[in-house]
Design a protein around this ligand. Structure first.
Ligand code: AMP
Length: 619
């Protein structure tokens, strides 16, 4: 097994000298970095000042897409077509997001709580993967301008707590942006690498990475040994950050101006001005002892001591999260060897001091806290490119491994470039009532449809006891041992029936063939994405058609003839849309059906419950 790098221009194998870029794909801002004369640097904007690209995307009526500062400006003038915080949606289903939907200014579709979220802009549907790909494309363009050369390979960072789905979604976004994602790296690992922590493979240490950004707080405890970073625990608050510091100052200024907080919503431009002054004050207080500004013709003032009193409870909250993380890692604060500071809000002196006091030692804060993750990603990229010769490169799986799911889709279980040995698994279920057998077909490759990948083998899990569709819990585990043998195990958890097989994934395939497969996946990313979207929409529609037929049958006595007729017509319309190849049309038909039937379903449920209750009283 080896790392394969390919030249996307001509499809040849690269010798390892190509530039691999490092990307910090953030919730609020994203950055791109690379190694320049042996030093990691972030690429700045054309003025040479700012390395941060706001993770905001704006869609104009005419279909033009802009990313970054220009898109951020549209948050106020055209909020419905301006998307932000996409990272919060990556790899999530609508059910996962019910808590935050109200906080976003754009429309998330809620047609099926099980499936992955989609966002509607100008009557088109976008997945978070497509939206993230837009951000990545703009970063790719930014670095290509700087280097005056095309780039095609990247390392992208993700939070340590990201699950398989979220990591896979990030890889897919890279692919869609025309980038071969050689590795997904944990953000705290990248931050440590930026300080050179972990590069000395003879040293074992435990570190804490404290990451306080604009809207989120993460604390991660990592153990580093033999160049391997292991996440011992993570904790944090997905809605705590510098924005809360700003809000505290906004209230303070409102008191000073003798205005009630309700005016902020009533007078948007005044609200915006106070908010801007609050952030200005906060930043100024990182350097100076006091701030004075003018809002309209009134003066506002705040001292650092006053600011610190305001934010003490918020800072304490982050320390409570640190305590939780240490408890989970079963470590005392003084057992942490190094503390790395990440995120713009760690510039606040009280934050820096409180964290140093808490852990009982000075923190690592000499690098720009906004850039540190991207810089570390560039260093990881450099290691992968083979430019840091003394560092050990672990064996990796050169192509993704997965199984075929409904509609011929590839479901990746072990992503390409995973370290070997490795183990990963996922749970599946049946799609037909009483299904006794399940075929498990194992594939290798990067394409979304299995027909374009390489089949490694298949077997049948038989003897599943008859159960309604969706009830069996079938756990599929992929284990690759140190010799590169893949063991696939399927087990129905309710009954215990199981079956397994051994496969050697690299048997009968050359490095050139693997490179060709990778190249194919990138050149077909757009078309694969569309095919996947269509298949997923059809799967969703088929599911609804079945459920709809059942609903009509079971509630025959509850629905009026009118309602039955209309529901049938909408089901038929959905069936017709399914026969077409326009995913958006299927989505619209699903939405119309759901909107019409949701109140009927509620009523049917209420009546059924009432009938059951009455039944109880009688007996
Ligand atoms: P990030 O999400 O890591 O980019 O962090 C952005 C947050 O850092 C925002 O809330 C900024 O207001 C805050 N920030 C940036 N610079 C400073 C500074 N000098 N002092 C205090 N907070 C800052």
């Amino acid at each position: 097994m080896a790392l394969i790098s390919i030249n996307l221009k001509d499809g040849t194998l690269d010798s390892g000298s190509a530039i691999i870029i490092g990307i910090d794909l953030g919730t609020t801002n994203s950055l791109v970095a690379y190694m320049k004369n042996g030093q990691a640097v972030c690429v700045k904007d054309e003025g040479g000042k700012n390395a941060l690209v706001p993770s905001v995307i704006h869609f104009a009526e005419n279909g033009t897409v802009v990313v970054g500062d220009a898109a951020k400006a549209k948050l106020i003038t055209d909020p419905g077509n301006t998307i932000y915080s996409v990272k919060r949606l990556m790899g999530k289903s609508y059910a996962d997001l019910s808590a935050i939907q109200g906080l976003l200014g754009y429309k998330i579709l809620d047609d099926d709580t099980e499936s992955l979220v989609k966002i509607r802009v100008n009557a088109r549907y976008y997945t978070p993967i497509q939206l993230s790909a837009e951000i990545l494309k703009s970063l790719k363009i930014r670095i290509e301008k700087e280097l005056r050369a095309p780039v095609s390979q990247a390392v992208i960072t993700v939070p340590a707590y990201f699950n398989d789905n979220q990591r896979q979604a990030t890889r897919d976004a890279g692919k869609l942006a025309g980038l071969d994602v050689l590795r997904i790296v944990n953000e705290p690992t990248a931050a440590a690498l930026a300080y050179g922590i972990g590069l000395d493979t003879t040293k074992a240490e435990v570190i804490a990475v404290y990451d306080l950004g604009g809207g989120t707080f993460d604390i991660s405890i990592l153990q580093i040994q033999d160049g391997i970073f292991e996440v011992l625990s993570t904790n944090g608050d997905t809605f705590l950050g510098g924005d809360d510091f700003d809000s505290a100052i906004v209230s303070f200024f409102c008191d000073q101006l003798n205005i009630g907080a309700e005016i902020l919503t009533e007078d948007k431009s005044l609200g915006q001005e106070i908010r801007l002054h609050a952030e200005m004050a906060k930043k100024a207080l990182s350097r100076s002892e006091k701030f004075e500004g003018k809002i309209g013709n009134q003066v506002v003032r705040i001292t650092r001591a006053e600011f610190e009193t305001l934010i003490t409870p918020l800072v304490q909250k982050t320390l409570d999260c640190c305590a939780n993380a240490l408890r989970d890692a079963k470590l005392a604060a003084d057992k942490i060897d190094k503390i790395v500071m990440v995120g713009g809000s760690t510039r606040v002196p009280l934050v820096n001091k409180s964290v140093a006091d808490y852990f009982g030692k000075p923190v690592f804060d000499s690098l720009d806290p906004d850039e540190v993750v991207a810089l570390g990603a560039a260093i990881q990229a450099d290691i992968l490119a083979g430019n840091q010769k003394d560092l050990l490169l672990l064996d990796i799986a050169p192509l993704s491994l997965g199984i075929e799911t409904v509609g011929g889709l590839m479901d990746v279980i072990i992503p390409r470039n995973s370290k070997v040995p490795t183990k990963a698994g996922r749970q599946y279920t049946t799609s037909v009532d009483g299904q006794k057998n399940l075929k498990i077909a194992v594939y290798q490759g990067e394409r979304d449809l299995v027909e374009n990948n390489r089949k490694l083998g298949e077997f049948i899990l038989s003897g599943i006891p008859p159960m309604p569709a969706g009830l069996p819990k079938i756990d599929i585990q992929f284990i690759i041992n140190a010799d590169g043998i893949l063991n696939v195990r399927a087990r129905e958890l309710r009954s215990g029936v199981e079956q397994e097989t051994d496969i050697r994934p690299t048997f009968g395939i050359t490095e050139e063939e693997m490179a060709a497969m990778l190249l194919d996946s990138i050149s077909h990313a757009q078309e694969d994405m569309q095919a996947r979207g269509l298949l997923e929409a059809r799967n969703e529609a088929n599911h609804l058609l079945q459920a709809g037929a059942k609903f009509l049958e079971q509630n025959d006595g509850i629905l009026s003839p009118e309602e039955k007729k209309k529901t049938k017509a909408l089901l038929l319309a959905l069936e017709d849309a399914c026969g077409l190849t326009d995913k958006d049309q299927i989505q619209r038909a699903i939405e119309t059906l759901n909107t019409y039937t949701a109140p009927l379903a509620h009523r049917a449920m209420d009546e059924t419950i009432q009938a059951a209750m009455q039944g109880k009283k009688v007996s």
